[in-house]
Design a protein. Sequence first.
Length: 102
Amino acid sequence: MSDNLQWLQNFYASLCDGLWEHGYGCNLDTLDNPGWKFIFELNGTPFEKASGLDVRLGEHVDVEGPDWIILEKGDHVVHGVCGPTKLDEMLGLFRAWIEKQI
């Protein structure tokens, strides 16, 4: 298991307090481009009002090809999409952003 996936599991678990996880959470799914889709809800966490996450990497930021990442924070939610081999890198960018807020 990658360090970033292990970190994501631990980060999610650290937010679970008996209430938060019943209304919010994290979703990871596939895209038909192909690629990955990532959503992390930050409502009720210390990170919900944080800013500064807007990443667009790769030649194909129009979501074509294998080497692209788009990761951004909207209102209380982080949205990410990436090429099929960029999941670990995208999770690492999310991790770095969270750790910068601490």
